[in-house]
Design a protein around this ligand. Structure first.
Ligand SMILES: *Cc1c(COP(=O)(O)O)cnc(C)c1O
Length: 229
């Protein structure tokens, strides 16, 4: 007599998308002889509702990434009120006229890419008396349609940020899609080292392990945590 079919779910309820990503970060750090604690996981929650975000907060995730100021203003104040140690990272392009709103809501900005925005952020930080770390976004693949400052504009922009005494965290990039990201991560790491910067915001769902091997301090992971957008 054939064994009856048992539809028993053997999935460990402790294994979640978050714990899986955390394990992969730990493993990548181990291979690179780095400490997992030196890699900040920024959970990219753009387009996701507060209901989708709350379980991650409940599981202990504290750093979140959004790409639009207005969207973040809609959903985050209530979540932050419930969990005040949440830290918000702005990872999308920022218009200068939203600089003040961004400095008020976010704890870190990854998309400083031009002198006019630098001026607007400096003014906003002075006005609000609130200084938050900034990553300079570099258009690492020199793609026409991509955000980020050009490789040739980078030294000037960094010099200007230093003159304005803005808190510089490091460099950020989004490599070209569909090709091996490692050479671009390596280039960003070299540029940061050349300019005496330690922060490296690089690596997304598809390539965060590679980014960790190449020195990422912040990985920005969305779909591996929340599912496809
Ligand atoms: C959406 C986004 C991410 C996350 O991408 P996933 O592939 O979903 O992990 C990371 N960085 C930036 C700048 C993004 O816009």
């Amino acid at each position: 007599m054939p064994a009856p079919e048992h539809h028993i779910d053997f999935t460990d309820p402790a294994v979640t998308p978050l714990s899986r990503v955390q394990d992969r970060i730990a493993q990548a750090a181990r291979i690179a002889r780095r400490k997992a604690a030196d890699v900040t996981l920024v959970a990219v929650s753009k387009t996701k509702t507060a209901d989708a975000i709350a379980p991650l907060i409940a599981q202990g995730q504290r750093a979140f990434g959004e790409n639009r100021v207005q969207e973040a203003q809609g959903k985050w104040p209530a979540l932050i009120e419930a969990q005040p140690d949440v830290r918000l990272h702005l990872i999308g392009q920022l218009q200068s006229n939203k600089a003040e709103d961004a400095v008020r809501l976010f704890d870190c900005i990854h998309s400083l890419d031009r002198p006019s925005l630098l001026v607007a952020l400096a003014r906003a930080m002075d006005k609000l008396d609130r200084r938050i770390p900034l990553f300079v976004q570099v258009n690492i693949g020199e793609e026409a349609q991509k955000g980020g400052c050009t490789l040739s504009d980078l030294p000037g922009l960094l010099a200007e940020a230093r003159t304005s005494e803005l808190p510089l965290a490091g460099l950020m990039c989004v490599p070209p899609a569909g090709v091996e990201a490692a050479p671009y991560f390596a280039l960003l790491a070299k540029l940061a080292a050349d300019h005496g910067l330690t922060g490296l915001s690089m690596g997304m769902s598809e390539d965060f392990e590679t980014a960790i091997q190449l020195g990422a301090s912040h990985v920005r992971v969305g779909s591996a945590l929340f599912g496809a957008r």
